[in-house]
Design a protein around this ligand. Structure first.
Ligand SMILES: C[S@@+](CC[C@H](N)C(=O)[O-])C[C@H]1O[C@@H](n2cnc3c(N)ncnc32)[C@H](O)[C@@H]1O
Length: 372
């Protein structure tokens, strides 16, 4: 067994940290909504729960979050909907270890929801999970897919998990291995994987692991279509080794919250948004490639009239936050290159762009934006 499979490596720690952040956000959003019933969490490649070096795996993190929500609600006299979990791993011994860790560490309150363990191949289990999710009424699902490789993973399955708009998916992919393969003669399973998303001939060659992740994210976005939101979170191990978590949802508000969580970590790790306008003391070299790319795309998007609702959606679809778009728009406006018109035809107040979830919902056509 590889060392990384036994001991928790650094990239796994970041992965688990993100899972915690995403799931905390997700469950808190859901638990504050009165329209949602039970939540079912599916951890389909769950592992053994605790690693040899005491590192926590996904099932332990999931149960800790559920326990915290349950106990907080209980303390405040609030009723909680149930949060049920299904933990699956093909290795029986791992599931046995997980069961005993949960018991010894008292990680589960029976009143908080059901626990189901299973020991079957992901591909065999998946149709059952898809069927169950598609039968949900008020319930919601969160699916965590964390394989060692990628040969079992198909985008079509993710689409099926999400087709009823009842579930979100968090997918970890070892993109660095995929990229290495891409540069050294593509193996059959990578071709299959790409073919599932787009015609292989159209797949762009990537110069770096990051390029590969960007291409994959773009391809996922195009393939999923406008009704779904997709974002990627890059995890770096060494300087040149990149792994990636992909997040899929159809809920714009949940996605907005997730992006905030992601950008917060990016900022802490020095990969945050650094918008530098052309006239500032710093020149374009200072701009991160990501920032510059988005600015160009946005300007292009605004070559025709766009409502605040459309610009908000466009921002999120591109994995950016409204504050980023606001900065770009303000610069364009200050330079006299942007028109912002209210519904009654009058010019809008400077720097008011109404790019947020509330305006998206309540005042979607408050204003029109266009490049002059
Ligand atoms: C990357 S590890 C999961 C780590 C875990 N999510 C965590 O956070 O600790 C992948 C797991 O998938 C299991 N596995 C491998 N192939 C599988 C399959 N076809 N179906 C289900 N589980 C599988 C392995 O036994 C292993 O525990």
């Amino acid at each position: 067994m590889k060392e990384s499979q036994q001991r928790m490596m650094q990239h796994s720690e970041v992965k688990i940290r993100l899972l915690r952040l995403y799931l905390e956000q997700y469950l808190n959003i859901l638990s504050s909504s009165q329209y949602i019933g039970d939540v079912n969490v599916y951890d389909l490649f769950c592992g053994e729960g605790i690693y040899e070096n005491e590192g926590k795996g996904s099932p332990v993190v999931i149960l800790e979050i559920i326990q915290k929500i349950f106990l907080t609600n209980k303390e405040n006299g609030k009723r909680s909907d149930k949060i049920n979990c299904l933990f699956n791993d093909i290795e029986k011994s791992k599931i046995e270890k997980l069961r005993s860790e949960i018991e010894n560490r008292k990680l589960h309150e029976p009143e908080s929801g059901n626990l189901i363990f299973s020991q079957i191949d992901y591909r065999t289990l998946l149709p059952n999970v898809i069927r169950e999710i598609n039968r949900f009424n008020k319930e919601k699902g969160f699916v965590f897919i964390d394989p060692y490789g990628y040969k079992e993973i198909k985008l079509i399955d993710i689409k099926k998990l999400m087709q009823a708009n009842k579930a979100e998916v968090l997918l970890f992919l070892p993109t660095q291995f995929m990229f290495r393969f891409e540069t050294k003669g593509t193996p059959e399973c990578l071709i299959d994987f790409i073919q599932d998303i787009m015609p292989v001939e159209q797949w762009p060659a990537s110069e770096t692991g990051i390029d590969f992740i960007e291409s994959l994210t773009d391809a996922f976005r195009v393939s999923m279509g406008d009704e779904y939101f997709v974002d990627s979170f890059i995890i770096s191990r060494d300087k040149n080794q990149f792994f990636c978590l992909f997040f899929f949802t159809s809920h714009i508000y949940g996605f907005d919250r997730m992006l905030h969580a992601k950008w917060k970590i990016d900022e802490e790790e020095g990969r945050g948004w650094q918008y530098q306008s052309e006239n500032s003391l710093f020149n374009q070299v200072e701009k991160t490639a990501n920032t510059y790319k988005f600015e160009k795309k946005l300007i292009n998007f605004l070559s025709t009239d766009r409502s605040n609702r459309e610009v908000y959606e466009y921002t999120l679809h591109n994995g950016h936050l409204p504050v980023h778009t606001n900065e770009i728009l303000l610069k364009l406006q200050t330079d006299g290159n942007l028109t912002a018109t209210l519904a009654d035809g009058k010019a809008a107040r400077k720097s008011a762009f109404y790019l947020n979830y509330q305006a998206w919902k309540d005042e979607p056509r408050k204003l029109k934006l266009k490049i002059k």
